[in-house]
Ligand binder design. Structure first.
Ligand code: UDP
Length: 345
């Protein structure tokens, strides 16, 4: 396979980042990873190298410092950047708004400045469906009104606005905002996956930790939403499909300067109890649960209108909920303590 471009992936050792690095390497790109390892493990990169036979250049540093990014742009023939490195916990962002604004926005400024100085103009941004707030219409199209209900979401929204202005400032920039719905699952090899530190906030890692025996039962946050079974409905998307969406965006935007925005989801809504049932079906494990109070700030339902990504990017999700559950469990059962297991052997 002929080598395609070198792509800098910030946060490339993290959950979505590592799956995207793997996908890039498999599609012949030369991914270069920058990560400060604050919420990720170098073991993920080692395993990607093992899966692909590629050598992945790795720089342990924080993107908020432009002076540490410059040398990488001299050393490597970088042609594009996919930017994942950011804080991502909604609850924590409410407690530490300044830290979120500072980290997520300074990281973006620093990268864009360095890219500008080195004449690198291809940028893919890790945005989120959280920018739709409590959407009035589902499925949610990219044209839906945006609003943020917490500092994390606000940093995504502000970043999109900054990127729009940057794209308009000179004609060379090609920038794509990818608004993810709910990424779950793991690479089918079971070698890389989601490794949350502490108690998981998100549904799927919580379920897999119940299945593996780390947590006794799932707390289902509310069952009186106006949905088919009263529990919250979301658009879960397999992380490998999501990773492929990034490569599709890179390829599309190359010939299309300006700013682009796409939803990455499956277009299908599943309730919390649908996920529990699918997980039990796919894995044969039983998931005990209790219904508890709704979590403040949660919306009743959110799922994507995926027609824009399918028509323009020629990308759509291939995996269904059963495969997402199967692969989430495959990862968790092979790595009960995430990458920590690799350190203890
Ligand atoms: N959820 C739940 N128990 C948990 C974690 C999440 O019932 O321990 C529910 C949550 O209320 C929402 C859905 O699962 O309806 C997805 O939550 P998650 O935090 O994974 O994603 P987000 O809320 O960001 O869409």
């Amino acid at each position: 396979m002929t080598k395609k471009e070198s792509i800098l992936v910030t946060g490339g050792a993290g959950y979505i980042g590592s799956h995207t690095v793997l996908e890039l390497a498999q599609q012949g790109y030369n991914p270069i990873v920058v990560d400060n390892l604050s919420n990720s493990s170098l073991e993920s990169i080692r395993r990607i190298e093992e899966l692909t036979d590629a050598t992945i250049p790795f720089y342990e540093l924080d993107v908020v410092h432009p002076e540490s990014l410059h040398p990488i742009f001299y050393e490597q023939p970088i042609e594009g950047v996919i930017h994942f490195a950011a804080f991502k916990a909604v609850g924590e962002s409410v407690e530490k708004p300044l830290a979120y604004y500072q980290n997520n926005l300074e990281g973006l400024f620093s990268l864009l400045q360095v890219m500008d100085q080195h004449d690198v103009s291809q940028f893919v941004f890790s945005s989120s469906c959280t920018v739709y707030g409590d959407a009035e219409v589902v499925p949610i199209p990219e044209t839906a009104p945006v609003s943020a209900v917490n500092p994390y979401g606000q940093t995504k929204l502000m970043s999109e606005i900054i990127l729009r202005d940057v794209a308009q400032s000179r004609s060379g920039w090609s920038i794509t905002n990818l608004r993810y719905f709910n990424p779950v699952g793991a690479h089918p090899s079971g070698r890389i996956g989601e490794d949350p530190s502490g108690i998981p906030n998100n549904l799927m890692p919580y379920i897999t930790q119940v299945a593996v025996g780390t947590r006794p039962f799932l707390r289902v946050f509310g069952d009186t939403y106006p949905t088919h079974d009263g529990t919250g409905v979301r658009d879960y998307i397999h992380v490998v499909d999501l990773a492929k969406g990034h490569v599709a965006a890179l390829e599309y935007q190359k010939a299309k300067p300006g700013v682009h925005t796409f939803n990455l989801g499956t277009g299908k809504g599943s309730s919390v109890l649908d996920v529990v049932k699918a997980f039990e079906r796919a894995t044969g494990k039983s998931i005990p649960y209790e219904i508890v109070e709704a979590r403040p700030g949660d919306v009743a339902e959110a799922y994507a209108d995926t027609s824009k990504a399918s028509t323009i990017l020629h990308w759509s999700a291939e995996f269904g909920l059963d495969e997402m559950c199967r692969d989430a469990w495959n990862w968790q059962s092979k790595n009960p303590h995430g990458y920590e297991d690799a350190r203890s052997v």
